[in-house]
Design a protein around this ligand. Structure first.
Ligand SMILES: CC(C)(COP(=O)(O)OP(=O)(O)OC[C@H]1O[C@@H](n2cnc3c(N)ncnc32)[C@H](O)[C@@H]1OP(=O)(O)O)[C@@H](O)C(=O)NCCC(=O)NCCS
Length: 178
């Protein structure tokens, strides 16, 4: 799969391109897409990652996050379909709590586009971006019940390194060299 990464070393905006997708920083006008992702989350996801009783995060909260975020060697990028032009979710890297494992791969897509290979395609571009930025390893954590995400990680070559049993399920830590 061909991927092009631009701007990673030059201080320009990060822009990754695959056959069907463009990955780039979020625009403030796209806050509603992020809120839709929050609304769609599985009830087994911990409460701090779901919309609270007071309706937070609101669109305004998310707009502030977008204004404050400047993806460079890490960051969560908007995933845009090249043909339709719509933003369907995010994929990117977040700092992990174990720096020796490298940053953590993260992705989430709107339910209406699941099952078409988009997460794997977007994540492959993020792997190339991480490598071009000089990282030597990536990690990812996933709940045991999250079969789709586990399959994406397996397709990308991540292997399980640790499991932690928690009240909501077993949390699997995975990793792979770049
Ligand atoms: C995880 C997620 C991003 C996957 O997106 P996607 O674009 O559908 O992923 P892909 O199409 O690239 O790959 C999904 C794979 O899982 C498989 N899969 C999906 N649901 C499955 C199920 N219930 N049982 C078995 N396999 C399943 C698909 O068949 C596919 O594998 P294949 O290519 O071998 O057929 C999407 O489900 C999502 O946004 N989930 C909520 C957020 C999330 O869980 N993020 C990750 C946190 S660790």
């Amino acid at each position: 799969m061909a991927t092009m990464a631009e701007g990673t070393a030059s201080g320009q905006e990060v822009r990754l391109e695959t056959e069907r997708l463009l990955l780039r920083p979020w625009q403030v006008s796209e806050a509603a897409v992020q809120r839709e992702l929050w609304l769609e989350r599985d009830p087994r996801v911990p409460p701090h990652r779901r919309i609270g009783a007071g309706g937070r995060p609101t669109i305004a909260d998310i707009e502030e996050w977008i204004r404050a975020s400047r993806p460079s060697t890490t960051g969560l990028l908007a995933v845009q379909r090249k043909d339709a032009g719509d933003v369907i979710g995010y994929c990117g890297l977040v700092d992990s709590d174990a720096p020796d494992d490298g940053p953590e791969l993260a992705y989430e897509l709107l339910r209406r586009v699941w099952g078409q290979g988009y997460a794997t395609e977007a994540a492959q571009a993020v792997l190339d971006w991480a490598k071009a930025s000089g990282f030597e390893r990536l990690c990812a954590t996933v709940w045991d019940w999250n079969v789709a995400s586990r399959r994406v990680l397996a397709k990308l070559g991540f292997v399980e390194t640790e499991r932690t049993v928690e009240a909501r399920g077993t949390n699997l830590r995975t990793s792979r060299p770049l």
